[in-house]
Design a protein. Structure first.
Length: 653
């Protein structure tokens, strides 16, 4: 029997505690509106209208999407959303049954009722209020946009309000973001990949209580979009410096090497938040989307989802099924927990690490299902161990929290990337590389994944592969600054390494310049650089190693050894250590003519997971060490690890 598509007389249907108004396209449960997306409500109407009948999948898709080619996953997403909204039937079981390889059937008894139903509107499309704003490329100031909406007015319970209410306005876009429209596939495949930066939103009324929203909103949108293959998006660490800056957007775009920008401003008024957002093509000056949105301030998660979907729609991205599904949030988010999470991200961006950990712990205690919150809690402990406490316990917490994040969401790219980095930095490069290889396969335009893979290959001595991945990362993002391109130093290409160093006067960068000059035999410039690095940060292990080199140049070996011994003792006390840095201890001890300490450090660096055998075998700084039998044994251990790793790598590909 053919399903009834769209009768002229719009009916009102009742089943159990629900009332479905076909004319108003509204579902009520005991008089209260159930939030559903436009496509989901259309699908429910078709199912209810044909209650008891089996509707084949193709038939249902043809009715709900009459003029659009969509993939079957869109149907499954909407069915899942309806089941979640309806819950179970009073006697148990699903309202919408699945018949394998056939289709779906609405299982409840349905009756039509004649009386109109009264309800309170919870979503209203606002009329144009003022003139359309100038483009961000013409003005740094915001006005009310032509399209103005108030989202989520009225009473919304904290938990129910967080289950994708945003989709009321835009799941046509949410599901539609991965529609493949007829005739567009080939043209879109040939389009240039969009490079996007999401800048921190500007607070129109700055205050300590609300300043966090600007960076947190941008960061959340970035996290929502960073898995898309058809988009290159700059990470939050690159855009945070533009917070509250009134700078020419074209200049920012040039600095970040992007061709599209998402910018915005916000104003908190009581419980409401007014957000102005604009997506623009920098090359053409075209506005791809702009809107003024008014929401309840506790609904920031819905705002994040809404903006992310609007970006996808505005950029006309052609997404895969998997990517599209990830844009449709199906799990509830506790709004208080989410606010803690957003505040913590802002604190991490300002290096207030300990307070960020406190808020993230509160966030995951309230909402244990937010995988991204677990990932950033892990990252906060990871940073704390490496940059602040040096505590091995923090690294253990970091690893456990990464595992929790990935248990909740195995495809979460941030967690996979950061966990791989943790493995590399704690001597488990063999565990890091498989994660990173899969990540670059799944996200070929994720520059940070290629960069971290370059980093891991360097640890294992695959220097050609490291250079290849590092260059690929820099092709995607020429402004990448995650770590220095040390591979050039290890291959003896000193001029190229110096050229690759950032121009900023960072202690580690200055140390690298000094070490390169030391390799080149320019001890005067090397000494000046080591001195400057130490001035910039005396507490850093790397600058203390540089001080050891500096004292070796001056012939003050005893003082140099005292500094290195003290630095090693501090690292040993914390129980942590980085194999690459430990190798630099070996180099400095050799320069200070302490072969026993140099051999000890070299052996420990290999045990800590740094087995860059080609570098060890050719490093001019170890020339005086390699003649000893003890060194030969250590180098053989590194070689065996290096060769074993290469064999495993062949299997991975």
């Amino acid at each position: 029997m053919k399903a009834s598509a769209d009768p002229a007389d719009k009916q009102i249907y009742k089943f159990d505690s629900f009332v479905l108004d076909e004319g108003e396209k509204v579902l009520l449960r005991e008089g209260e509106r159930v939030p559903l997306t436009p496509k989901a409500i259309e699908m429910l109407i078709v199912l209810v209208r044909n209650a008891g009948l089996v509707l084949e999948k193709e038939e249902l898709m043809e009715i709900v999407w009459p003029d659009t080619f969509v993939e079957e996953a869109n149907l499954a997403v909407n069915i899942s959303m309806l089941r979640k909204a309806l819950g179970e039937m009073p006697g148990g079981g699903q309202y919408i049954g699945t018949l394998p390889r056939r289709g779906y059937r609405f299982a409840a008894e349905v009756r039509a009722i004649a009386a109109p139903v009264q309800f309170t509107t919870q979503v209203e499309a606002g009329r144009p209020q003022t003139e359309e704003p100038d483009s961000i490329l013409d003005s740094g100031e915001w006005k009310t946009t032509k399209s103005s909406r108030r989202l989520f007015p009225g009473r919304v319970s904290p938990r129910s309000g967080a289950i994708a209410i945003i989709s009321i306005l835009l799941l046509a876009t949410a599901a539609g973001t991965y529609f493949i429209f007829k005739g567009r596939t080939e043209r879109q495949a040939q389009m240039q990949i969009k490079r996007l930066a999401v800048l921190p939103f500007r607070n129109q009324r700055p205050s300590d209580e609300t300043d966090y929203i600007g960076f947190a909103l941008a960061d959340s949108v970035i996290n929502s979009l960073d898995h898309l293959k058809s988009l290159v998006i700059r990470p939050s660490s690159y855009v945070v410096k533009y917070a509250n800056q009134k700078k020419d957007p074209r200049e920012i775009a040039k600095e970040l090497d992007v061709n599209t920008l998402l910018t915005g401003s916000y104003l908190k008024e009581g419980d409401d938040l007014v957000v102005n957002a604009e997506l623009a093509d920098v090359d053409t000056g075209e506005k791809l989307w702009s809107e003024s949105i008014k929401i309840m301030s506790r609904n920031l998660v819905e705002l994040q989802d809404y903006v992310a979907r609007k970006v996808v729609s505005g950029l006309r991205l052609n997404l895969t099924d998997v990517e599209g599904k990830r844009l449709v949030r199906t799990a509830a988010i506790d709004p208080v927990a989410y606010e803690f999470f957003l505040k913590s991200r802002y604190l991490l961006s300002t290096n207030n690490n300990q307070r960020a950990i406190e808020l993230l712990e509160k966030s995951v205690a309230l909402d244990q299902n937010n995988a991204v919150a677990w990932a950033y809690l892990a990252r906060a402990y990871h940073i704390n161990a490496l940059q602040f406490s040096g505590d091995r316990a923090d690294l253990s917490k970091a690893e456990a929290n990464y595992e929790q994040a990935l248990a909740l969401d195995p495809d979460l790219s941030q967690a996979r990337l950061m966990m791989a980095k943790l493995f590399t930095e704690t001597g488990r490069v063999e565990a890091a590389v498989p994660i990173l290889i899969e990540l670059v396969k799944a996200n070929p335009n994720l520059a940070e994944a290629h960069w971290e893979l370059s980093y891991a290959y360097r640890y294992a001595g695959l220097l050609d592969e490291s250079i290849q991945e590092g260059n690929r990362a820099l092709q995607i993002n020429p402004r990448l600054e995650s770590h220095q391109f040390n591979t050039y130093l290890y291959t003896g290409d000193y001029a190229k390494f110096l050229e690759s160093l950032p121009v900023r006067e960072d202690a580690y960068v200055v140390f690298c310049r000094g070490l390169t000059q030391y390799y080149l035999g320019d001890t005067a410039q090397a000494a000046a650089a080591f001195d400057r690095a130490y001035e910039l940060n005396q507490g850093s292990v790397i600058t203390q190693i540089g001080k050891g080199f500096r004292l070796a140049i001056a012939g003050r070996n005893r003082e140099g050894l005292q500094i290195l011994n003290a630095a090693e003792a501090r690292i040993a006390k914390t129980g942590s250590g980085d194999g690459e840095i430990t190798y630099k201890f070996a180099q400095a001890y050799t320069a200070l003519d302490d072969k026993a300490s140099a051999l000890r450090a070299l052996d420990r660096s290999v045990d800590q997971g740094f087995f860059c055998y080609p570098y060890f075998a050719a490093d001019p700084l170890l020339t005086n060490l390699r003649s000893s039998p003890e060194c030969a044994i250590i180098l053989e251990k590194a070689r065996l690890k290096h060769e074993a790793f290469k064999r495993k790598l062949v299997a991975l590909y």
